[in-house]
Design a protein around this ligand. Structure first.
Ligand code: TRP
Length: 328
């Protein structure tokens, strides 16, 4: 049996090239060596207020982008979290074995709750729901960004605590961080990771941006005061543009150095823009095809949910039995 991979993404903001090069592209590559479940976590999204119509549209947009990026629904299961009630059910069961002190310690909780006037309980429970996503499918490997590593550790702590209280039940999931170099930074501020929720118009390259907008943003990207590319002394902005180019082209470091050393920043940006635009063109075309085919996306999502529901239900049943709550 192939080891199982589970990952999730929140249906908020605009999916961008950092999500693509850092996550989606790896997921696509993993599909054939692992049994993959890719989850659109709408129940996580509502831990902070979402405009309902926007959320509904975002869920479908992300699903279509997954397919456009190369997720093959015949091989992998694409699942909307709220379509499989077992996520919420297991989350409650795990809440009951999770010390609240563990949750108050999470750095993401601290950061997110600072920005809220009234902190929703969902924000505190967020990592328990994430643990449920993972443990529900007995996932072996969880590919996430560095910012989620702490939540993964918590997931293992919860699993261990459950196993020691009620007997061996959960598989310990391993964290899989993306390779270095796949971390894309903001174009306006290359010291910050490119973010789906940042509002600055020059910050992120969205996967569905028009080619002219992609070009404009890249041409305006922050660089440094050097006159041209110097691999020894370059600042984070130039480094970021080169990393994007390298991740797209697959060039070696030597190829990169030979081609770009001494190039003026204007020319570097033009070449990066061309590479990005032509790389995203087929993805954007395939996105348009997917969303214009009536019923196709809904069918894929129904199929994904139907495929994973039996796995999810059997885990919940086992957990309930272990804990002594009623099962039929
Ligand atoms: N918290 C993750 C993020 O913001 C999203 C997520 C939810 C997730 N459930 C998951 C990631 C399960 C991996 C596995 O990036």
């Amino acid at each position: 049996m192939k080891p199982r991979v589970l990952s999730g993404i929140q249906p908020t903001g605009d999916l961008h090239i950092g999500n693509y090069l850092g996550a989606l592209k790896n997921w696509v590559a993993m599909q054939h060596s692992y049994e993959c479940v890719f989850c659109i976590v709408d129940l996580h999204a509502i831990t902070v207020y979402q405009q309902p119509e926007e959320l509904r549209a975002k869920i479908l947009e992300i699903a279509a982008l997954f397919l456009a990026a190369g997720i093959d629904p015949k091989v992998s299961s694409m699942v909307i979290q709220s379509a499989v009630p077992a996520h919420a059910e297991l989350s409650w069961l795990l809440t009951c074995v999770t010390p609240v002190g563990w949750l108050y310690r999470m750095t993401q909780f601290k950061a997110k709750s600072e920005a809220q006037e009234a902190i929703g309980d969902g924000l505190l429970q967020y990592p328990v729901l994430m643990a449920a996503d993972i443990l529900l499918y007995q996932a072996n490997v969880v590919p996430v960004g560095e910012d989620q590593a702490q939540h993964l550790e918590l997931t293992r702590d919860i699993a261990q605590r459950f196993n020691s209280l009620y007997g061996d039940t959960f598989v310990m999931p391993a964290t899989s961080l993306p390779m270095v170099g796949a971390r894309v930074m903001g174009l306006d501020d290359p010291t910050k990771k490119m973010s789906k929720s940042a509002t600055g118009s020059g910050h992120a390259l969205a996967l569905l941006d028009k080619p002219s907008d992609l070009k404009k943003k890249i041409m305006r990207a922050t660089t440094d005061s050097n006159p041209h590319v110097d691999f020894e002394t370059m600042g984070p902005g130039v480094d970021n543009l080169l990393s994007i180019f390298q991740a797209i082209s697959g060039w070696t470091s030597d190829q990169m150095k030979n081609h770009f050393s001494g190039m003026r920043y204007g020319d570097l940006k033009k070449q990066v823009a061309e590479a990005v635009v032509s790389h995203l063109e087929p993805l954007q075309q395939s996105y348009q095809r997917i969303v214009s085919e009536p019923g196709y996306l809904a069918g894929v999502l129904a199929e994904g949910a139907a495929r994973v529901r039996p796995i999810a239900d059997s885990t919940v049943k086992l957990v309930k039995q272990r804990m002594g709550v009623y099962t039929e």
